[in-house]
Ligand binder design. Sequence first.
Ligand SMILES: [Ca+2]
Length: 232
Amino acid sequence: MRLTVAVLWMVTGTAWALETSESNIYDEHFPPLHPNCTQSLTDLLLLRQEVQLKELKQAEQVSAGILREMVDILTDIKVFLMRSNTSTGVSCPGNFLNFGETCLYLAKDIGITWEAALLFCQDLGGHLAVFRDANAYARALGYVKASGIAKTSNVWIGGNDHSVEGEWRWVTGEEMPRGTPFWGDLNYVREPAQGAAANCALLHGPDDFLIHDAPCDWKVMPLCEIKPSGTN
Ligand SMILES: [Ca+2]
């Protein structure tokens, strides 16, 4: 009987000791909740989210930059390929690119009046672009559209009706062609339609860069043309 009591006492004591020991270990690793624990946890989670958002924003900026660079590279490749397809092997000076039998240069970082554009191209040794036939026009349109400029942009070309209202002439003296595929429409009315208020011709981006008449004091980028070197 004494032995049984002694064994029971030992077992109970061991169990109590184990329970006390586990309790200490639990308290050591999982301390009691601080009164401000919930607030601290919320702050921590908010801070973590803020850091993640910042990282996402940085990643997004990097991605946008890479995309812009890729668009620039693809634009250069597109212009290069178009130039290769239409090149006749002649060389063009400076920034001019060879398209068929002529050289074109779209000064897309410049916004000037038509008269200033006329002088700008003359200073480069050429003139504002003229299109003697539909093929020349199509090549110029292809170059302008592939240049990466906004579809809301306009581009000065070498046509005007300065001398006689309604009689459109190229700066090289020839009569400008009328109708399709050269001139566009504005509100279902065939251009040129703005009368004496608009005496200069441009490629109108919102109308897929078809020709429109416009006031000559608009600030627009010029499309210059020059003959390839070695030709008359
Ligand atoms: Ca006019």
